[in-house]
Design a protein around this ligand. Structure first.
Ligand SMILES: [Zn+2]
Length: 372
């Protein structure tokens, strides 16, 4: 059977379900830590597993440049290469070509670009992106699309979205069906309701194993993102997983789950961790701040991760001051653990039919200890 999602409960518009993949089942809503270049930065695979994470994301753009998809395939695929035995979702490379690559030229067929690593020339087309993701061994393959920049005029957003829809159809043809594997289509159309509707119609006409909402978290702000979700998620089939790409902070996750999203990925917990920030049940902390120099409390009294169990805020502050590697490692570990605990808490609440009551508690607690 192909990769699919089954529904367990709906509460308001929030949904709980299970994603069934070749590498196991994933309860949703789910947050996928980002394993950019074959690693969730500053964490071992065992550490990632210990947070409760069941599924991670790999980046096509980074892996096609180094060590190349062909080399990963020869070494047994990305699961074996990075010691991750659970499901892996790979992005299509399109977003990072736009955000990271040097000189690039887009045409109807695809994108030619220069590697940000060594300036070498590469080309991605819908077919090549699908082939790379197949070589990596992705459980969830993403359609190759153009992430429409923000802001965009209606005309720009329409022509960009229609190109992505033509690429989605080509990707569907190129995708090799295998049990437990699937291809997701990506809804584009910026913040325009009519374009999002046209995009959903095009994608559901082609047919995918799941539907992602792309082109958000690109600078439009939380209010515009939620407004776009307000009209976009009700257009999507109730029978398939919905994935909001590149989102977000804890409050974004809560607001998007409330609006019917099932899957998320974001570099924020790990990137923020490397910069000295912790997301906790009581708000966001910046551990570089001198106020923590003698703060003997754990990062988060409600967290059971090793950073919170074994160390004080003062110790982590000290590590950051000394630029010790362990500081970013502990904060990445804690942040991923907190994100997993947050998703699990929301899932339990949906199953129990008390999502809004739990969301109100979570939101209230964020104001207790946060600085920003
Ligand atoms: Zn913790």
């Amino acid at each position: 059977m192909t990769l699919h999602w089954t529904h367990a409960a709906t509460d308001g518009r929030a949904r709980a379900g299970v994603l069934h993949t070749a590498h196991g089942e994933v309860p949703t809503p789910v947050f996928m830590p980002v394993g950019t270049a074959g690693t969730v930065k500053a964490m071992t695979a065992d550490a990632v597993r210990s947070t409760g994470a069941r599924m991670v994301l790999g980046n096509t753009y980074h892996l096609m440049l180094r060590p190349t998809a062909e080399r990963v395939a020869r070494l047994g695929g990305l699961h074996r290469f990075m010691d991750w035995h659970g499901p892996i979702l790979t992005d299509s490379g399109g977003f990072q070509v736009m955000s990271l690559a040097g000189l690039r030229k887009m045409d109807e067929d695809g994108v030619t670009f220069q590697s940000h690593v060594d300036g070498s020339k590469h080309r991605l087309t819908p077919e090549r992106s699908i082939e790379i993701q197949h070589l990596l061994g992705a459980d969830v393959t993403m359609s190759f699309d153009e992430c429409t920049p923000f802001p965009a005029t209606h005309e720009q957003a329409a022509s960009s979205m229609r190109l992505s829809m033509r690429w989605a159809a080509r990707g569907r043809k190129a995708f090799v069906e295998r049990p437990g594997h699937g291809l997701f289509g990506i809804v584009q159309g910026s913040t325009f309701e009519d374009l999002r509707a046209e995009s959903v119609a095009a994608l559901t006409g082609i047919g995918f194993e799941g539907y992602a909402i792309g082109g958000l978290a690109v600078g439009e702000g939380q209010e515009a993102m939620f407004a776009t979700l307000d009209f976009t998620t009700p257009m999507l089939p109730t029978t398939h997983a919905r994935y909001l790409m590149g989102v977000g902070k804890p409050a974004d996750l809560l607001g998007a789950v409330r609006r019917g999203v099932d899957m998320f990925d974001c570099v924020i917990p790990t990137r923020s961790g490397r910069m000295g920030r912790a997301y906790t049940s009581r708000g966001q902390l910046n551990l570089r701040n001198a106020r923590y120099a003698e703060d003997d409390r754990p990062l988060d009294p409600d967290c059971s991760c090793p950073a919170c169990r074994n160390h004080s805020r003062a110790y982590i502050h000290h590590l950051l001051k000394c630029e010790e590697m362990l500081g970013p490692m502990l904060l990445s570990w804690h942040n991923i653990h907190y994100y997993q605990a947050l998703m699990a808490r929301m899932r339990e609440a949906i199953l129990a039919g008390r999502f809004e009551a739990e969301a109100a508690l979570i939101e209230h607690d964020w104001t207790k200890d946060g600085e920003e």
